[in-house]
Each structure stands twice: as C-alpha cells, then as structure tokens.
Ligand binder design. Sequence first.
Ligand SMILES: Nc1ncnc2c1ncn2[C@@H]1O[C@H](COP(=O)(O)OP(=O)(O)OP(=O)(O)O)[C@@H](O)[C@H]1O
Ligand SMILES: [Mg+2]
Length: 290
Amino acid sequence: MLSEVTATRYVTPLREGGSLPGIVEADDLGTYVMKFTGAGQGRKTLVAEVICGRLGRRLGLRVPELVAIQLDPVIGLGEPDQEVQELLKASGGLNLGMDFLPGSIGFDPLAYEMDPVEAGRVVWFDALINNVDRSWRNPNMLVWHGEPWLIDHGATMIWHHNWPGARASAAKPYDASDHVLAGYGPDVAAAAAELAPRVTEDLLTEVAADVPDEWLVDEPGFDTPDAVRRAYVEALLPRAATVHERITVGERTGRGPSRAPGWLTDHLGPWPHTAQGGTTGQRDQKDGGE
Ligand SMILES: Nc1ncnc2c1ncn2[C@@H]1O[C@H](COP(=O)(O)OP(=O)(O)OP(=O)(O)O)[C@@H](O)[C@H]1O
Ligand SMILES: [Mg+2]
C-alpha cells in the first residue's frame, strides 16, 4: 500500500498542468504535488500514476515517491479561485500525492546530456506502459540536483479505458519518434535485457496492490478491486517480454525543440544528439546535467 498522509494546507495550484494539480502540505511535514480524484481526467489517471510510478521506482528509474493523501475539502475554503474550490469540493477522500521536488526545472533535451543506455531505459519503460506523454512538446521530466526525474504517468496504459480490448491493445507497437529522448540514440535492446527480466508477475502484483481500493471499486466488468489489479498484471506481463522488438524511433513528426540559445546549440551540435553528433558520452568528462 502507499503510505497515507492527511493534507493540512493547500498552497497553490500548478497551472501548467492540464489537470490543475496543486501543491499541498501534509501532516507528515511533507510537501506534495497533489492530483485530484475529482479532476476531469478521472480516477484512472491516478491508478496509472500509481502503477507506473511504483513500477518505475522498482526498476531503478528516478520517479518521486508517491503517497495517498486524505483531503478534507475544508482546507481550501480560503482559496479564492472558484475552479480550485470546485476541484477540492469534488475530491474529498483519498487523492494522489507525488513528492514535490523543490527547485527542479523542466527537462530540456537541448541542454542536457544523457548516454544512450540511460535514454534507452526510459524509452523502454515508456513503451512498456504505452506512455504517449513524454514527447519533446511535453517532456514530463524534471531535472533536480542535476539528475532527470520522471513525472506524470497519468496518460499511460490507454487500454485500461477499454478492458475487453486490453490484451490486444497492449500487444501493439510503440512509436518513440516524438519521444523527448529519441535524439539520444536510446539503446532499447540493452534496456530490455536489463529490465524485462525484472518485470515479474510478483513485482507487478505488488505494484498493483499499491492502488487504493477506492479507485478500483465498481469498475464495469469486474467484481472486486483485486480482479482489476489482476487485469493490469495480465496486460503488462506479456508486454514486458517482447515490447523492445516493437519500438520504432523514426522521423519526428514536428520541428522539435528550438528554444536553445546559439551558444548552447554550437556546443551541442545539431539535433538529434547522437554519439556522432558529439553530445552523448561527454557526460563523464563534465559534471553532468544542468
Ligand atoms: N514532483 C514534482 N515536483 C516539482 N514540480 C512538479 C512535480 N510534479 C509536477 N510538477 C510541476 O507541475 C507541472 C504539472 O504536473 P503534471 O505534468 O504531473 O500535471 P498534469 O496535469 O498531468 O499535466 P499535463 O497532463 O498537462 O502534462 C509539471 O510540468 C511540473 O512543472
Ligand atoms: Mg504533465
């Protein structure tokens, strides 16, 4: 189970997030980015955050720790924004918290070096969970203490919106052409060799057990929360074994990032940063990261 805390103060909304997550403080003296059960995206977003976030952590990827947060909407009474008020009112009970990384900045592929093996781990993981939301348009990665952290796994496992087709859908290929790390020459074969054997039935069962019952009850087609948990395990387990054969990194569909100042692009060379392009592999010679 996720550890459970109680929200004591609503600090501020994070307006850059489409679901209007908020920063809250809790009775364990922690500060969390809170995702609300009452948000329009629905509770499956929170289920996806838990299963993928906990799975990522168990595989050694950097994902901030997750908790379940009890919310009494009364803590938002002083909040002037009506949209926030309504979100809090609709979200009494258990919500999701992600450890807040103070001072983190958004990941920029033009300003950060990463070796193909590390990039491969992230791309392979995103392929496993069908993450369509780690593109150069919306990286959903933060840099904190010089290291990249993965956030926002709400838009993954698209098949959980249509359980009868889940097995077939989970067998589909993954197009990583627009992935924020596509330009680093991700070594997905090495990642698969390292990570796929670790995605066992036991591990997936443990990860699914972290999802609170409240977000799984009354799922159409299932009698119990455990039956829903089982369906996640059964979709992810076969995918882990073979997904690397079905990852494509082709031509990106857009122009790609273009915000870097000239001095930086001169240093990094043209996008994509392949080993030949001169950025990957340099990390050892420098401090690394931002
Ligand atoms: N753990 C964290 N620490 C610090 N900042 C965070 C953290 N999680 C999220 N943020 C900030 O909040 C923003 C929104 O978070 P997130 O992407 O998870 O929300 P979302 O509503 O799912 O967003 P969207 O669907 O629009 O991508 C992030 O872009 C980041 O700037
Ligand atoms: Mg996001």
